[in-house]
Unconditional design. Structure first.
Length: 501
């Protein structure tokens, strides 16, 4: 059930009536602002690269479009639960290999076309296609076939049981099968349509009157994009924006703390700051080298330098909100002498030099400088190579042309990516790959969690990456707005409940 926030206008009307009765001009009182007509101005650091979920749109696309413009058969709520959305119901065969989904009645796309099972089939096939760049592609590889016996029924046949199948489908945008140019345009079923997209500046969503569900509580949402966290904070201070989807520095919070004009909300984060190695190439194809690098970095000091009292240390890809979390921060302790010993064992007693591809947006440049300073103490020289978000996607994610990189990974339950040797970091442990597959075919969530705990432990032992810290999830907003999400799971930002007044 969506929340709704009523405007408390009684006092305003009473005050205006009193002035009129006292001979204050005799004119009619001004009408209180209508919250349903509000324009919500949102500040974000994550502009989409394009508007497609299969062509490298990036987390900015998820933030602006997921749940707002595009919807899935299922929805991942801000509390991490999976609920029906465009699916009105579904059933699973006894062997776990067949999912039969019934579509909701009365749903149309923004183009006016009615939603049918053919649209669902083509949308899923967009994600699983050979050319798809979706990070969720491998999660749906178990689909053996999709049938559409009628316009409201979709039958998925799997080649192995998949306990996470509805969860995985929640990431799939249902797009009209007749839509074209989805990098620059859209045709979804959500409560907003796409308005103007002024690249490098703003992206506007406009409430859609033909929405099948409860209409959005506001008339328009404008995402303002910033490349600098200070500029983003200043925009909130000056009233250019009403809220910030995430704050990247504790220094920015000091401007809002204790000020009744603003509300600071700390939610549940799933965003991990990674020093990701290319495990395919020397010297990071060596477990000893990776563990040496990890133990040379004082992560507690780093977290304090970037986030002050906020944030959490983690020892693997699993945040505390995942069902298979275990604290493995002690597996690779901060110990420079241990790091030197491991380097010597790996044949690098005098250290080595490597290039660190570093995204140019906050907080990565500061993290890179800190990491370089720490590694210099054990004889490792870091050459920092600043790259844009576009360059990172092509050079690192697509071409795997890197030695090591910094990146934030926003999704929950994404430890399973270490079971895919083809993922950009190239980690390849046959036991982990087998455990990930076994966990997905588990008969109960308890069995799934127990198996993925083995994955959690093993990737920490192998220092498959260096997990530096878990971001805090902090939303700062004008006290005049309410109804916004605070957890930011998988970078989604549902805007339809936000009101102002």
């Amino acid at each position: 059930m969506r929340r709704r926030h009523a405007l408390a206008s009684i006092a305003l009307v009473a005050s205006a009536t009193l002035l009129a009765a006292c001979g204050g001009g005799g004119g009619a009182p001004e009408a209180a602002p209508d919250p349903a007509g509000a324009v919500i101005e949102v500040g974000s650091l994550y502009e989409p690269q394009n508007l497609s979920n299969v062509d490298g749109g990036g987390q900015g696309g998820n933030e602006a479009l997921t749940g707002n413009v595009y919807e899935g058969l299922f929805r991942l709520t801000d509390d991490g639960e999976v609920e029906n959305l465009l699916a009105s119901d579904y059933s699973v065969s006894e062997d776990g290999l067949t999912y039969t989904v019934t579509l909701r009645d009365g749903v149309t796309f923004h183009s006016g076309k009615a939603l049918t099972s053919a649209d669902v089939k083509s949308s899923v096939e967009r994600v699983t296609a050979e050319t798809s760049q979706s990070a969720r592609k491998s999660s749906l590889a178990t689909i053996a076939g999709i049938e559409t016996p009628d316009e409201r029924t979709v039958v998925f046949t799997l080649d192995a049981p998949s306990i996470s199948f509805p969860y995985n489908l929640s990431y799939v945008w249902i797009v009209s099968a007749e839509a074209t140019d989805l990098k620059n345009a859209e045709d979804g079923t959500g409560p907003y349509t796409l308005g103007d997209w002024k690249r490098g500046s703003t992206l506007t969503l406009t409430r859609w009157d033909g929405y099948w569900g409860e209409p959005a509580a506001n008339a328009e949402v404008v995402f303002h994009y910033f490349t600098d966290a200070s500029a983003q904070s200043n925009a909130l201070l000056t009233g250019e924006v009403d809220l910030l989807t995430s704050v990247q520095s504790p220094d920015a919070l000091a401007q809002f703390e204790g000020n009744p004009d603003y509300t600071i909300s700390e939610g549940t984060s799933t965003t991990k700051e990674l020093l990701a190695f290319n495990d395919r190439v020397a010297p990071f194809d060596s477990v000893e080298v990776r563990k040496a690098v990890y133990s040379a970095i004082d992560r507690e000091k780093l977290l304090g330098a970037i986030w002050g009292e906020y944030g959490t240390l983690i020892g693997s890809m699993v945040p505390p909100t995942d069902p298979w979390y275990e604290d493995v921060t002690g597996e690779n302790p901060y110990d420079p002498e241990l790091a030197k010993t491991l380097l010597a064992q790996a044949g690098h007693p005098d250290g080595f030099t490597f290039t660190l591809d570093t995204p140019t947006y906050d907080p990565h440049p500061a993290v890179a400088e800190f990491v370089a300073g720490e590694l210099a103490k054990v004889g490792i020289t870091v050459e920092i190579n600043p790259i844009s978000a576009d360059e990172w996607y092509s050079k690192v994610f697509q071409e795997r042309d890197f030695q090591a990189t910094l990146q934030e990974h926003v999704n929950d339950r994404d430890v399973v990516w270490y079971g895919n040797p083809d993922f950009y970091w190239g980690y390849d442990n046959p036991d982990v790959t087998a455990w990930v597959e076994e966990a997905e075919q588990a008969g109960t969530v308890e069995e799934q969690a127990a198996t993925l705990k083995l994955v959690n432990q093993q990737i920490a032992k192998d220092a498959a990456s260096a997990w530096l810290y878990l971001y805090p999830q902090i939303v700062v907003a004008s006290s005049e707005v309410s109804g916004y999400p605070v957890n930011g799971l998988n970078s989604q930002f549902f805007a339809f409940d936000i009101t102002k007044g």
